[in-house]
Design a protein around this ligand. Structure first.
Ligand SMILES: [Zn+2]
Length: 119
């Protein structure tokens, strides 16, 4: 069964939204959750929630979360450029099984292993 590749874009967006929510939640619970919601409908929340900006959320991110978010951003940009699903290093098509497990994958398994060994 082949998954239509456009579904990966939905998954990337979904994971990005979940990650942002998690970061906001870890940062300050109720207020940050309100801040996330305020991005969707500012008028429903008080000024306290409105002053929480994306910069605050970025500030609160751990390095790991920042890297994860960066990977998702990167994958989405590659999607927009029509290069999603192809290895950034050798340009081979990344196997669907790998994308299923890890939609933000930028490299095929071989290149990823080489990358991790080198860094
Ligand atoms: Zn590769």
């Amino acid at each position: 069964m082949n998954t239509p590749i456009r579904l990966y874009r939905d998954r990337l967006l979904h994971e990005q939204a979940q990650l942002l929510e998690r970061i906001a939640f870890e940062r300050g619970g109720v207020i940050s959750q309100a801040a996330m919601a305020a991005k969707k409908d500012v008028n429903d929340f008080d000024t306290h929630a409105q002053v929480i900006t994306e910069r605050d959320i970025e500030f609160a991110m751990s390095a790991h979360e920042a890297a994860e978010l960066n990977e998702l951003d990167n994958a989405l940009q590659r999607w927009d450029a029509g290069r999603y699903g192809f290895c950034t290093d050798c340009a081979a098509a990344i196997p669907v099984a790998r994308l299923d497990a890890y939609p933000a994958a930028l490299r095929c398994v071989t290149c990823q292993e080489a990358f991790e060994t080198a860094h």
